[in-house]
Design a protein around this ligand. Structure first.
Ligand SMILES: [Fe+2]
Length: 254
């Protein structure tokens, strides 16, 4: 006669498995709503729950989940969060309710629940092998608007080069000073360059391949040497003549 009664180890294993069924640790989840003011999201775990009888259900939406950005008390790296973004939900071992509404210091949890579905943080950036954004395999890269006409980025290369890329404008705001220290510098502007300041000073020689137009007064403490003509008020400095004392005109300057 077979004894179908479960053994004590069987009962213990069964109880453990039952308890583990409601113990949450980490789950990929999608964003269903984003509250920018509170910096939290409503998320839905993407791994369905399958019961022992093969009945499968989708996990419920978890509301008010704090977002985890890289930062500190003085720093922050943040980025927009969109609906359907994937996040990694990390489930806390104690109730989070009191802490997430506190100033971040010590609290005594409001209840004794552990690893509950409602007590989690959301870390953005999780992707699958098929949906990832092709991180640069060689260089440090910060990218925004990926694969759009507005894609812009900062790239730091293995050889030490750094590039800023923008399809539109790049603005540098500094209240005091901007200094560029380098050996050579090149500005390639297909239309024009404007230096908007009351005073511009070049401490070395200035070579101009094109023409020079000056609206104000021009002065020089050095000599002026030109192989071309100098004309003032219609009179050519090198070819003009004068009316002679005895009539007629003089020859040109010598
Ligand atoms: Fe003259």
């Amino acid at each position: 006669m077979l004894n179908n009664s479960p053994t004590i180890p069987d009962l213990i294993d069964s109880r453990i498995m039952y308890a583990l069924g409601d113990l949450h640790t980490a789950l990929p989840s999608k964003v269903v709503a984003y509250d920018h003011t509170r910096q939290c999201v409503d998320i839905q775990p993407l791994l369905r729950k399958e019961y022992s009888n093969k009945y499968v259900v989708e996990m419920p939406v978890v509301k008010g989940v704090p977002l985890v950005f890289q930062g500190s008390s003085t720093s922050l790296i943040s980025f927009p969060i969109k609906q359907d973004d994937i996040v990694l939900a990390i489930f806390c071992e104690k109730s989070l309710d009191k802490w997430v509404n506190s100033d971040g210091s010590f609290v005594t949890p409001a209840s004794g629940v552990m690893f509950d579905l409602s007590d989690c943080f959301a870390i953005p950036g999780l992707q699958t092998f098929r949906t990832h954004e092709n991180p640069n395999p060689d260089n440090l890269e910060v990218r925004f608007n990926t694969n759009t006409a507005q894609e812009c980025s900062v790239k730091m290369y293995q050889n030490g080069n750094i590039t800023l890329n923008s399809p539109k404008d790049i603005t540098v705001n500094a209240s005091d000073n901007v200094t560029v220290n380098t050996t050579t510098a090149t500005i390639n502007a297909s239309s024009d360059v404007k230096v908007d300041t009351p005073d511009t000073r070049f401490t070395g020689n200035v070579n101009i391949n094109g023409g020079l137009s000056v609206d104000g007064t021009t002065s020089s403490t050095g000599s002026i040497d030109t192989s071309g003509a100098i004309t003032t008020q219609g009179i050519n400095l090198t070819s003009h003549t004068h009316t002679g004392d005895s009539g007629g005109t003089t020859s040109g300057p010598q």
